[in-house]
Ligand binder design. Structure first.
Ligand code: 5GP
Ligand code: ZN
Length: 110
């Protein structure tokens, strides 16, 4: 848990949010400002600033994110989805706790 990290607070349940799925290592929440009909954030519970900051020791966490995306799609019958992770302010990262955007429910033509 990193002080002043909004996602660490959400994971610690000290900030309210809409939870979609949870297991020992991952929390899936609804994005507060959705850019698609389905817009979830897949958050590993361990704090890392972004993908660029991962090390080989984090391989299990990285894999779990991908399989959580697959499980969400299966469970909710979502035929097509996009998984995006912004790395750095220049490309739009605003929260520096690694997360993957799970987007679906409309044609994403960008
Ligand atoms: P980024 O811009 O870092 O790639 O993505 C951060 C995402 O977190 C944004 O899509 C933003 O809408 C979402 N977000 C920011 N603050 C909160 C919050 O307090 N609760 C939830 N559920 N989403 C948030
Ligand atoms: Zn954090």
């Amino acid at each position: 848990m990193v002080e002043h990290c909004i996602f660490c607070k959400i994971i610690a349940k000290t900030l309210p949010t809409q939870i979609i799925e949870e297991n020992d290592s991952i929390l899936v929440i609804k994005d507060i400002a959705p850019k698609a009909p389905i817009h979830y954030l897949i958050l590993p519970k361990i704090h890392r600033p972004n993908l660029a900051a991962l090390t080989p020791e984090d391989a299990q966490h990285a894999a779990e994110i991908l399989f959580m995306a697959q499980a969400l799609a299966k469970k909710q019958n979502i035929p097509a989805f996009r998984l995006v992770s912004n790395n750095g302010e220049q490309v739009g990262q605003s929260v520096f706790h690694i997360h993957f955007h799970f987007l679906a429910g409309k044609v994403l033509d960008f």
